[in-house]
Write a protein that binds this ligand. Sequence first.
Ligand SMILES: [Zn+2]
Length: 158
Amino acid sequence: MPIEDKHSAIMHHKTVPLLCMTCGFETTIKRPDGRTAHALVEAGYLRELRHELDVLRRADYLFRRFPKSRHKLKASHEQTTPNDSPSDEDRAFAEALAKDQELYDHLKNAGFLLTGRLRFVTQAVAELADEVNARHLSCDNCETGILAPEPGFFSSLC
Ligand SMILES: [Zn+2]
């Protein structure tokens, strides 16, 4: 859903369900004004990016554990050539990767270079967190978490 549509969906919704990203506290906001609607859309992106950052950090950790591996799911995210026949370290890498289904799916389906993407997402998370924090979307329950529309909110409007 494009960003303008998300913004107007929030504006036209009488009550928007919110969820704290840190403690899971549930609340609602009634008829948010334009600036708050904008901040809520950004908070939704922030949650998605934080999740991606978590996956990327697991990739980084795994890649560092097997520095010599040129397994195809590692090489394609490092701009190196994959090994034609798997080495011992490639097999060990594959075995460790198999324990993290979400990371496996992400490496298989998303095209990115790990170093660059990690740098970009880290910076984007920091910038968005500053922006969202400045709009006072903090959680009433834990006081440090940020409130964002419930994960299914936008898809439920389509
Ligand atoms: Zn909270």
